[in-house]
Design a protein around this ligand. Sequence first.
Ligand SMILES: NC(=O)c1ccc[n+]([C@@H]2O[C@H](COP(=O)([O-])OP(=O)(O)OC[C@H]3O[C@@H](n4cnc5c(N)ncnc54)[C@H](OP(=O)(O)O)[C@@H]3O)[C@@H](O)[C@H]2O)c1
Length: 325
Amino acid sequence: MRAVVVTEPGGPEVLAWQEVPDPVAAAGEVLVAVTATGVNRADLLQRQGHYEPPLGASPYPGLECSGRVAALGDGVEGWSVGDEVCALLSGGGYAEQVAVPAGQLLPVPDSVDLVTAAALPEVACTVWSNVFMLAGLRPGETLLVHGGSSGVGTMAIQLGRVLGARVAVTAGSAAKLERCRELGAEILVNYREQDFVEQVLAATGGRGADVVLDNMGAKYLGRNLEALATNGRLAVIGMQGGTRAELDLGLLMRKRGAVLSTSLRARPGAEKAAIVASTREHVWPLVAAGEVRPVVDRVLPMAQAAEAHRVVEAGEHVGKVLLTT
Ligand SMILES: NC(=O)c1ccc[n+]([C@@H]2O[C@H](COP(=O)([O-])OP(=O)(O)OC[C@H]3O[C@@H](n4cnc5c(N)ncnc54)[C@H](OP(=O)(O)O)[C@@H]3O)[C@@H](O)[C@H]2O)c1
């Protein structure tokens, strides 16, 4: 088969679409003939040599895919050859085939075509597991989503709104904020021109955000805490603004707040399967009903993976960039 290989750590030009050995479905795994894969920020880090795949994972980038079941490993039940699926991966989505534990497969929701389905697993599982399973966002609460027009952000806005929360976002341009508004965000903050703490406090009568979904890490830690409501929960899922910062524990305690942080890729299979099952139960019906839609910026062939990385690195996209076989 062919896969996108990181020939050496570096810029987008190090990605090469080339022949590699076929994967084999081990016991409990399913071999998927890949139709499309989503580009995630973690793929850029892997390409640069900053994010080694977990032990046993495929060496090729790609944390999600859509496609058809091509073969079943021993002991797999509930799936058949030819089924249209999408999947949360530990790697290997940028390829013609990938072997994936059966617990990480999802059906393609009604109302979504097979290519577009590749935009769903990573963002849906990330948002559902962090904002709802972990931070416990409830109807009537305020959710602040940093990077509202990102792949993760576009899903967080829609799920937050549909499940009864008021959604605030940060983004770097008026055009991106407008897309966030169309998806259901009510409080719009241009992080290049405005202070999100002031804006969120002003829009909530001084109360703040009950849940913050943060991609920036260190750079926003102090201000996220200031923007947090009493009993608020800050979920840190990215470190685009660094890893080390001071935390005012006095303020955290006064607010009876919580700082949470998770990563999806390195989790054991059983934890991933539990997140996938919960996402399927709670998010898939909303997608099937068209209440939550995958947001796809553009679709490129796998051979143009370098161009896809350039687009995401430059922040030219809203939602997801997909690659097709
Ligand atoms: N922990 C996990 O399990 C997990 C899983 C998936 C993703 N993630 C993380 O979630 C984040 C989003 O992932 P993605 O693939 O959806 O990314 P993406 O589409 O590449 O988006 C990155 C986002 O960062 C925003 N951003 C840049 N500087 C900012 C700032 N100063 N303030 C606020 N936002 C800023 C960009 O906003 P503009 O374009 O408006 O500038 C853009 O929306 C990444 O940090 C990724 O690593 C974590």
